[in-house]
Write a protein that binds this ligand. Structure first.
Ligand code: FES
Ligand code: FE2
Length: 324
């Protein structure tokens, strides 16, 4: 499965402290833990001895480095996964076969990313992270009972603003969409020249206006949008969508916002994103099937150009998790 060779977001960096943290990714149980250098580790959440969940154990910081201790018989595993101690046989040197199954972990954009299988893939880009003129904030996580592709497709969709986000991101009196252009990139595509009439495009917007958008698909389950209100120049709000495919029909969602707004409080900004996403969620969870259909079964209009491009992309990449 190609998805296991890609990086996926699984938890907020801030949520991983001293205790092991269980997460689920692509229908696999994963345990996250931090060593005494602050480095995050991601392992299969399964002790090689009797299959117990390591996430029920604890992290120990010893003179020989940090270890995770299994809750059942207390076997201790070092950061590379090797078993260091079997307390029932303290003089026994555990062989390589007693090693825990390790994955790879990486931290970026306020999130912990995990790759189940080694490959040469890179975590999806979010260039706004490096722009010091923008304020960054993580919103979510939001748990959603649907597939990751249904969520990404909705993020790329402009035609629902006037209905689902009426009065905030759209208006029933301004639902017509101008044609936009899809340009392929190495990691997905860019939808250029998107425009939407928005009553309140961000938390501080005082009046409605036409907003220019650029959407970019940065991976199978990640995307970003750049908003360019016409009155502003130089720099712009960027919103990254990062979806964790937990199960084929269950996902966890974060938004990494990079904003020009330095005045609003964190809580107010989060509340704005919460409001918008809580409008999307019931619609997303109502869609049937929850898996995104790649081979027919739904009808399209010319306004669904980015959705068609997204489905084509998933097909070409051989993505199988969350689609049907
Ligand atoms: S099951 Fe983990 S130490 Fe026995
Ligand atoms: Fe929406």
């Amino acid at each position: 499965m190609i998805e296991t060779t890609l990086w996926h977001p699984v938890a907020d960096s801030a949520s991983l402290a001293d205790a092991p943290l269980p997460v689920r990714l692509l229908a696999h149980d994963v345990v996250l833990w931090r060593d005494h250098f602050g480095q995050a580790h991601a392992w299969a959440d399964r002790c090689p001895h009797r299959g117990t969940k390591l996430s029920l154990g604890r992290v120990l910081h010893t003179d020989e480095g940090s270890r995770i201790e299994c809750p059942y018989h207390g076997w201790q595993f070092a950061a590379e996964g090797a078993c260091q101690l079997i307390p029932a046989l303290p003089d026994f040197k555990p062989p390589a076969s007693h090693t825990a199954c390790t994955h790879e972990a990486h931290e970026a954009h306020g999130l912990i990313w995990v790759r189940l299988q080694t490959s040469r893939s890179l975590p999806p880009a979010f260039d706004a992270e490096q722009d010091a003129r923008l304020r960054k904030l993580l919103c979510g996580p939001y748990e959603v009972n649907t597939s990751a592709p249904r969520i990404v497709e909705s993020f790329l969709d402009l035609a629902h603003f006037g209905f689902v986000h009426e009065g905030v991101l759209g208006d029933r009196a301004h639902t017509q969409l101008a044609a936009y252009r899809i340009d392929p990139t190495a990691h997905g595509f860019i939808a250029n020249d998107c425009q939407a009439w928005q009553p309140q495009s961000n938390r501080l917007a005082a009046e409605g206006g036409l907003v220019d958008y650029r959407y970019e698909l940065t991976g199978p389950y990640t995307a970003q949008l750049t908003k360019l209100p016409q009155a502003q120049d130089g720099y712009q709000d960027v919103i990254g969508l990062f979806v964790c495919p937990i199960e084929p029909e269950r996902s966890r969602v974060w938004f990494r916002v990079a904003l020009t707004d330095f005045d609003s409080s964190d809580d107010d900004l989060r509340q704005f994103q919460d409001t918008i996403f809580m409008q999307d969620r019931p619609v997303l969870e109502s869609q049937s099937p929850k898996l995104l259909p790649l081979s027919g079964g739904e009808v399209h209009s010319a306004a669904d150009r980015s959705s068609a491009a997204y489905r084509r992309f998933l097909n070409e990449r051989g993505i199988t998790f969350g689609v049907c």
